[in-house]
Design a protein around this ligand. Structure first.
Ligand code: TXA
Ligand code: MG
Length: 308
């Protein structure tokens, strides 16, 4: 039996399989199996009203999961799938209620990773999968991250090496006109506009995507953003003077490399026991927009900061 065959057997009996995608690792279950999907929420510790993305083997399956998908959704699928783009469309009957958290929409994505595609083709169904981390933590970009976070709670981990992109997919809501950007990610807004000729509006209201909570993607150490290397050094010195372990993270101008390693760096900061990581953000263009969105969330005030 190959690993893919074993993974398919796990999914068929309602189990959970962590698998690599080009963005981050996903924690997958059969998207038509209500109980299997509910287990994802309990393992992650994720609130039930945070909907999941359904992963498909090919754009040809979109009409099955969303018979009412608008033409724009099909155009985006044709241009960017397989790839790091999640397309929000009206949910069709095969989508288990637990997947959408009772919403009338579903996020669909065809990932560009040979292991993910092999799994999806062999399973011949939709796989609901959030990132394979505990709720509120940094997404996993290699199999070891998944094992560190989820341990024995996942039935099988398919190891496909390091994720190439390193940040999650872009989420576009195609149920409104113009379409809205719910999350910046691996496909840039510039690329979407170029292909569709359509403008992309910002998400209307913070509640649009429940995952848009302010503090999310957070390592345990405190993350402080500094405008440039010099200011980062000043902050680090001040933190050290107060007796805190602090370091600078200044990855430089290569946005692909920055995104690829960002989550690993945040995890390493925790592994080394840093109290404070002072980060120099990338320019806010292209993939930098997605990186900055993650950094702002990592640096956002946390409930425990509120004090007594
Ligand atoms: O790159 C990715 O998208 C990865 C890989 C595994 O595919 N998945 C991922 O899933 O990041 P997750 O669950 O960590 O993030 C999905 C986000 C959540 O913020 C969720 O609230 C939002 O997508 N979302 C999913 N379906 C939605 C819907 N129907 N309406 C609004 N937001 C939705
Ligand atoms: Mg996530």
């Amino acid at each position: 039996m190959t690993d893919i065959e074993r993974a398919v057997a796990v999914l068929r009996r309602g189990g959970l399989v962590a698998f690599p995608t080009e963005t981050v690792y996903g924690l997958g279950a059969d998207a038509s199996n209500q109980q299997a999907v509910e287990r994802i929420f309990s393992v992650k510790g994720r609130p039930a009203h945070h909907p999941l993305i359904v992963h498909l083997a090919s754009a040809d399956e979109m009409p099955v999961w969303s018979p009412a998908a608008p033409p724009l959704a099909h155009r985006l699928a044709e241009a960017f799938w397989p790839g790091p783009l999640t397309i929000l469309v009206p949910a069709g009957p095969p989508v288990a209620d637990a997947v959408t958290g009772g919403r009338p929409t579903v996020g669909l994505r065809v990932p560009a990773h040979p292991v993910a595609l092999g799994l999806l083709r062999a399973f011949a169904g939709g796989v609901a999968a959030p990132s394979a981390n505990r709720f509120g933590r940094v997404s996993p970009t290699c199999a070891a991250h998944v094992r560190d976070d989820l341990g024995e709670d996942v039935d099988m981990v398919l190891d496909g090496g390091e994720c190439a992109v390193g940040v999650e997919s872009t989420i576009i809501d195609c149920t409104c006109d113009p379409p809205q950007l719910l999350r910046a990610g691996g496909v840039t807004v510039e690329a979407i506009t170029l292909v569709t000729g359509s403008t992309v509006a910002p998400a209307a209201g913070l509640s649009r995507a429940p995952g848009m909570l302010d503090s999310h993607y957070a390592p345990r150490c405190r993350v402080v953003l500094a405008a440039d290397a010099q200011r980062a050094e000043t902050i680090v010195e001040a933190e050290r003077a107060r007796g805190r372990r602090a370091e600078v993270l200044d990855p430089g101008p290569d946005l692909d490399a920055y995104a690829h390693s960002l989550y690993s760096w945040l995890r390493e900061a925790d592994a080394r026991g840093l109290a404070v990581l002072v980060v120099v953000p990338p320019p806010d263009t292209g993939l930098g927009v997605a990186i900055n969105e993650r950094l702002r969330k990592a640096a956002a005030p946390r409930p425990e900061d509120a004090g007594p």
